[in-house]
Design a protein around this ligand. Sequence first.
Ligand SMILES: [Zn+2]
Length: 194
Amino acid sequence: MTTFRAPSRRGFTLIELLVVIAIILILAALLFPAVGVALRQSRRAFCLQQTKQIAALIYDHAQNNNLFLPDAAGPWGLPDAMADTVRNPNVYRCPGDRFAFEQHGSSYIYPTTTAHGIQEVSGRKLTFFSYPSKKVILYEPAVTQTSSPVSGEYRWHTTGMRASVMGFLDGHSSFVELGTNVYTSVHAVNHDYY
Ligand SMILES: [Zn+2]
């Protein structure tokens, strides 16, 4: 004669399982946005350090070239113009950028023409600029709406506001809020920067 014995440890009931799943989902919802924000902030911090470094390299390059800033062929041409000084191409890669570096070899625009409210700097002499701390020499293409392959807009370091990491001629960098008009954006919002 066989006897049927209930297991000494019963498993989860359906209700208990659903409660556990609900708790996990709530925790995930609480945790993941925080992880996303932390990641975004760390990438931005890295990018700010990086633009500072590039701005310093540009300044050094000018010091070694009779005070003339690198003369680039186009807005993405800085790596070529600096090839004799900077050999590591990853210097120009922002960790938040998923397409500009792949497409252009740089995450940062170097002003070879006056655009987005930022004056041309390429090939000019250092002494041409009276306020180096206000002179933008590098910026991320968060200001352009038209050239992005992804949903018509670049936003590498923010989900909401329109803003861009920028490097300045005096070697500092900053996360700058931009205007809504892409063509006058920096100038419109930050009269101090040019
Ligand atoms: Zn960046």
